[in-house]
Design a protein around this ligand. Structure first.
Ligand SMILES: Nc1ncnc2c1ncn2[C@@H]1O[C@H](COP(=O)(O)OP(=O)(O)OP(=O)(O)O)[C@@H](O)[C@H]1O
Length: 310
């Protein structure tokens, strides 16, 4: 049986301008039903502009955009009941209590979740407090509660955990995981790489208006070299180490060897095999794939070099 993956969001050649400045410069994005797709990027990369375009808040200057099979601007009214949006700042009336705000929002959406979502986000005890009296983190959680109230098919989360303490961040992640398990599709933007590592099925990193890398976390991490380091066994020099075919760079400082490799499994195998055969120990041996932070730095460098070259 052929499984067809339904694309909930599909953008092709998307470009967005502010006057003469092009903030998004021809990106392709596809988000599959039921996944969490994380859109990451440097400051000013164009994430918010992209997300606002997908939400139907601004028109693309070029390219095609389909959200749940519809044009987000032309079909905004039909699309709106099916999507949930958590903006960086929502404009709810500060004079209403938390409970009144939820009731009001539930009455204008098709929602059935109502106050239980406040419990899930540890806001139940704040139900009678006026919105304007909430702390920044509580306000953020209320924004999330409202975005998920109507059980949207597609949820846009724009930096949902900024300003949250670690416990609140965990609760938010738990709620997002519950929604994913129920089949909700989520587009997340975040500056917290750990958040993307925790939650994302696939991700893209933007820099200066373009998508620099995209794929599963494993795909993305594989775009940067892995690292091996160890102490050179006493009495040996680096010249006596076996040839490691995938090594890209190597440094020896105070008997400590640091290597970067394009094939961690292979080179590590050769190195450990060689040490075992010679009966020497590679003390303080460490091997790790690249981190998302390494990829981030790599992206910035690569796009900037390409910009200079072009
Ligand atoms: N209304 C506007 N008018 C002119 N330029 C804008 C406007 N909004 C955003 N920009 C510019 O477009 C670029 C992309 O901005 P955007 O807010 O989409 O980036 P971002 O990736 O969300 O950034 P951040 O992570 O800093 O929030 C930036 O250079 C920004 O200065």
């Amino acid at each position: 049986m052929v499984r067809v993956t339904e694309l909930v969001i599909e953008a092709t050649g998307l470009r967005c301008r502010y006057g003469s400045f092009e903030a998004v410069r021809g990106i392709d994005l596809s988000v599959r039903r039921g996944e969490l797709f994380a859109l990451l990027g440097t400051n000013g990369a164009g994430k918010t502009t992209t997300v606002e375009t997908l939400e139907g808040h601004r028109a693309a200057s070029a390219g095609t955009v389909r959200v749940l099979g519809m044009d987000p601007v032309a079909d905004k009214a039909r699309l709106r009941p099916r999507i949930g949006i958590m903006l960086q700042e929502s404009g709810f009336a500060g004079e209403l209590t938390v409970a009144e705000t939820v009731e009001l929002w539930a009455s204008v959406t098709t929602g059935g979740r109502r106050l239980d979502v406040l419990e899930l986000l540890d806001l139940g005890h704040r139900a009678r407090v006026m919105v304007k009296q909430l702390s920044g983190g509580e306000r953020r959680r209320l924004d999330l509660a409202l975005a998920v109230l109507a059980r949207p098919e597609l949820l846009f989360l724009d930096e949902p955990t900024t300003g949250l303490d670690p416990e609140s961040r965990r609760r938010t992640w738990d709620l997002v995981r519950t929604l994913l398990a129920e089949g909700t599709t989520v587009l997340l933007t975040t500056h917290y790489l750990e958040e993307a590592e925790e939650l994302a099925d696939r991700l893209a990193i933007m820099h200066r208006g373009v998508v620099a890398v995209e794929g599963t976390l494993a795909d993305v991490l594989a775009t940067e070299p892995s690292r091996i380091s160890f102490a050179l066994p006493a009495g040996l020099t680096a010249a006596e180490l076996p040839p490691l075919p995938a090594v890209l760079t190597s440094h020896v400082l105070d008997q400590r060897v640091e290597l970067s490799t394009a094939d961690l499994q292979h080179d590590l195998g050769v190195l450990v095999g060689w040490a075992n055969e010679r009966g020497v120990r590679l003390s303080r041996l460490r091997a790790s794939h690249a981190s998302l932070e390494d990829v981030f730095h790599g992206v910035r460098g690569a796009v900037e070099r390409a910009g200079v070259a072009g």
